[in-house]
Design a binder for this molecule. Sequence first.
Ligand SMILES: *Cc1c(COP(=O)(O)O)cnc(C)c1O
Length: 497
Amino acid sequence: MNAIGPDPVEISRDDGKALLLGLVDDVLDLVYDSPDVTHSGRSRAQVESLLLETMPSTGVDHRNLSLFVRSVFAPHVRSYRHPLHFGHQRPAPSLASTAADMLNAATNTTVSVYEAGPISVALEATVQRWMRELFGLPATASATFTNGGSESTLTALLCARERWQRANPDNDFRTGFILIGAECHYCVERSARVLGFPVERVCKIATNDRGQTCLGALEIAVERIARSGSSVVAVVVNAGSTAVAAFDDIAAIGAVAHATGAWLHVDATHGGAAVFVPELRDRLDGIECADSFAWDPHKLMWVSPPCACLFVRCRKDLHLALSQDLDHASYIVDRTDRDGLDLDVNESLEWTLACTRQCSALKVYLSVLLYGADATALRVRRVCALALELARNVARDDRFDLLCHPEFNIVCFRFLTKDDRPDTFNRRLRDRIAVHSTCYLTGASVHGVYWLRAQFTSEATTSTHLHLLLDEIAREASALSTHPFPHPATEPQHADD
Ligand SMILES: *Cc1c(COP(=O)(O)O)cnc(C)c1O
C-alpha cells in the first residue's frame, strides 16, 4: 500500500483515527440515547446564530469537530427516533444504512459508468435485480435508482410523453392530458409543468372520503377527453398517498388507462414497502401492470436519503426517453469510431436523469445483509399495527374525530373543538405542538378539511405512547383555548412530504 502523498490539507492518519473514533461515539449517542424531547425548541434564527457567519480562511484543530457535533449539531437534530415523533415520512436510518453512508462518503462511489465504480455498479445491478423479483417484474422491466420520488416521477412522465409523441408524430403532446388523483403528491403536477404540459391539461380526478381516486370520475374524464378528440398521455395514481397513505385500485384504474392508450404511473414512493408484508401485499395488486412506478427505500426501508427506485415495465421506453443525448457525451461514453465494436454500452447513466449519483443501493444491500429482508417486513408490520391501534383509540375518544381507519402507517384525526373555526383551531394546535418539543406530528388538508396527521416510523413508539400523544394534544388544545395568543414565534411547517 502507498502512504497518502504530500497532501497539504488532509490531517495525519493518527489524527484522522482520533477524529473518526470520536465521531463514532457521538453518532452512537445520537442513535442509541433517545433525548427527552423531540427537538430543542430553538427558533431558526437561534440555531443559525450558532453557525459561523462567514467562511474562515484557515481551519481549526481537528478536535474542534467533536465540539461542533456535541454543542451545535446533535442538540438541534429533530429526533426521528423519539417515541413521540410522528412527523414526516422519513424514518431514522438504521445502523446498516449509516455504515453504508460512511463507506460511500469515504470512497466517492459513483454509479454512472462501470469503469468509474466497479463495485458500486455491480451492487446497484444486484439490488435492482432483487427489486424486480420482489415486485414480480419480468427481466425486460427496468429498475433504476434515482435521487428521490420526485425525480422518479419526472423521469416516468418524460417516458410517457416521449412514448406518446413517438406514437403521434403529427400531433403535439401539449394537446394531450395528464390525469392525476386529487391526492397525488405535489411533485406530479410540478413534473408535468417542467415537462411542458400546460397547467390546464393536468386534471385532478376526485377522490373518495378515504382519499382513493374514484374510478367513475376517471372514466368520465377519459370519455370526455376522447369525445373532444384529444387524448390522455398519462394517468398517475397512488399506492400510499401523501396525506393518508390511501391505496388506489391499481388494476381497475390501469385497465381504464390502458384502454385509452395512456401511460399508467403509480406513485408507490411511500406504500411500495407493503411488498415486504404478505398481509399488506394486496394493496399493491396490479402494480406489475403499470408502465412505471416509484418506490423510495428511504421511506419505509429505514435507510437514509437519497435511496429511491423507479421501475419501468418496458426498458425500451426508458432508454428512448433518455439515452439519445449521450451521443454528444464522448467524455463519458464514447460512441464514435466504434464500427464493429459492441455498441450496447448499457451503463447506468443511460437510464437516469442524474449523471453523478451516490451508490444508494449499498444502503439496501447492507440492510439486507445485516438484518435480512424479513426485518423490513417486521418493521412495516409493526408501524402499521400501531397506526391502526391509534385510530381505534381515537375512534373511542370523544375528544377527537377520526378521518378514516388507516390502510397503512398514517392516521389523520382532529381535535373536536367548540371554536367556530375548527380548521384554524387545529392548524394552530399543530403549530403549537411543533414548537413545543414533547411530541411531533404534521397536518394535511383532505377535501378542504384540516387534519392532524400522525405517521409511524419510530422504533421506540409503543402502545403507551399512543395514549401520551392524545393526552398531550388535548393538553395543548386546552392551553390554546385559554390563551390563543400570543402564539410562539416560529415558521410553521406543513406536510410537505
Ligand atoms: C415522499 C413522497 C414523494 C416525494 O418523494 P421524495 O423522495 O421526497 O422526492 C412523492 N409521492 C409520495 C406519495 C410520497 O410519499
